[in-house]
Design a protein around this ligand. Structure first.
Ligand code: FES
Length: 101
């Protein structure tokens, strides 16, 4: 099921936005016009990944600096730790995230 989470212009390139999809907090990111979505709750201590700085494809958790690739969810220090990702699509100007399950 696809959920509309915002308009394209509400999450400009190089930024992130916290959205809710079903009962999940999701971190939406725009990397050069392509959208990606991760589980928005950092696996370290629950920090808000959507509020982290984004450089290229890497987001840095604002609480203690854990870094994840927004395309794959991979934790940069230990790639076996993967933050869940969600499919994203753009329909006209609406950004939509696919609810897992
Ligand atoms: S809560 Fe994200 S790095 Fe600690």
């Amino acid at each position: 099921m696809w959920t509309t989470v915002c308009r394209v212009d509400e999450c400009p390139p190089g930024s992130g936005k916290e959205v809710v999809v079903g009962d999940r907090l999701v971190a939406l990111f725009n990397v050069d016009g392509t959208f990606y979505a991760l589980d928005g709750v950092c696996p370290h201590q629950g920090g808000p990944l959507a509020k982290g700085a984004v450089q290229g494809c890497i987001v840095t958790c604002p609480w203690h600096g854990w870094q994840f690739d927004v395309r794959t969810g991979e934790f940069q220090l230990r790639k076996a730790l993967v933050q869940p990702t969600f499919e994203v699509r753009v329909e006209v100007e609406a950004v939509q995230v696919r609810e897992a399950g």
